[in-house]
Design a binder for this molecule. Structure first.
Ligand SMILES: [Zn+2]
Ligand SMILES: [Zn+2]
Length: 347
């Protein structure tokens, strides 16, 4: 089969690799669509600690089951399915403590990282993921929409951690695909005012077309702190979501939260980054500084339902379609900020 493998930082290759076979409890699916993700772009540029080259990359996909491993009862060949990129072990300290997103063994079978990914004609789904995080796709749902199950599950999990009361002002920093998902969850949470802050006008304009009422701020032209203060009677936002992953935006975000509000630090910064926050602000303002990582099976299931019921729209996140051969061009376009997600068609 044709597959795209990561070889070295800045180098991926289209190669011929054997079609995988399903082991006990596993599935093999023909990959109908696979989406590019910001993590793929980072990995392409810098490599990743979990990737042993050469490795097939990609982890957001939907396809049709072609082989069912021994013991699998829920799925049959010909069924359209989607799965998340991981599943917890259910045995470790974190799994036993209700934090399966922090499972010590997630790395063992992480599709597109430690496990061969979906930038390929066929993908093999590990037993643990088949058992916990795989779903049959209803007939009327476009496969490229459900393929975004993983990022939406991460966003849903992030919202599980927000401790401020909904109903107020939510500001999302960063209008990439993840930011667009957060905007939609903010809308669903009942926020009174939803603000998107970005540095590219075109992204702000695109976000307005999603059908939720948002206010936009271009932070290169206007001071977000001043505008947020104006909108909130000087208080600051109830919930601030950082969806960029840079030191400067983490720090800026911390200055936009009201007393008692939540700052959800969603965008991962480069390894080794340190940030500076005003201690007075956090202490006297009782800020909830909340990191967010990965997803739980519960968040994955709710994300799946949000997509198939069309309460969260995925169409606006996908800017174009390309054949698998163009994977490298797709990652470069994304890296330059010229595309949101790109739907790759391996077959
Ligand atoms: Zn992803
Ligand atoms: Zn675990």
């Amino acid at each position: 089969m044709r597959s795209v493998r990561f070889c070295n930082p800045g180098e991926i290759k289209l190669e011929n690799t054997p079609v995988p076979r399903a082991g006990p409890g596993e599935l093999v699916a023909k990959c109908i669509v696979t989406l590019t993700c910001g993590t793929d772009v980072k990995m392409y540029k810098r490599g990743h600690r979990l990737i042993q080259p050469p490795q097939i990359i990609g982890h957001e996909f939907a396809g049709v089951v072609t082989e069912v491993g021994e013991g699998v009862k829920k799925f049959v060949t010909g069924m359209n399915i989607v799965s998340a990129n991981s599943a917890p072990c259910n045995k470790c300290f974190y799994c036993s403590n209700g934090q399966p997103n922090l499972c010590d063994h997630l790395d063992e079978c992480l599709i597109g990282f430690s496990w061969p990914g979906s930038y390929a004609e066929y993908v093999r789904i590990p037993e643990r993921i088949v058992r916990q995080n795989t779903f049959e796709i209803p007939d009327n749902v476009p496969l490229e929409h459900v393929a975004s199950l993983e990022p939406l599950a991460c966003v849903v999990h992030g919202w599980d951690l927000v401790r401020s009361q909904p109903g107020g002002t939510v500001i999302v920093i960063g209008g990439g695909p993840i930011g667009l998902l957060h905007l939609q969850l903010a809308g669903l949470s009942g926020a009174k005012r939803v603000i998107l802050c970005d540095i590219v006008d075109q992204r702000l304009e695109e976000a307005k077309k999603m059908g939720i009422d948002i206010t936009t701020i271009n932070s290169t032209l206007e001071d977000p702190a001043k505008l947020v203060a104006d909108f909130t009677g000087g208080r600051g936002a109830d919930i601030v979501i950082e969806a960029v992953g840079r030191k400067e935006t983490w720090e800026m975000a911390s200055r936009l939260v009201r007393k008692g509000g939540t700052l959800l630090l969603f965008g991962g910064c480069q390894r080794g980054t340190t940030v500076t926050f005003d201690a007075d602000n956090i202490h006297y303002g009782e800020l909830h500084l909340q990191g967010a990582f990965h997803h739980t099976p519960s968040a994955v299931e709710r994300a799946f339902n949000l997509i198939v019921t069309k309460r969260v729209l995925i169409g606006p996140l996908i800017s174009e379609e390309m054949p698998l051969e163009k994977a490298e061009d797709a990652l470069k376009l994304m890296g330059e900020g010229k595309a949101l997600k790109i739907a790759l068609r391996p077959t």
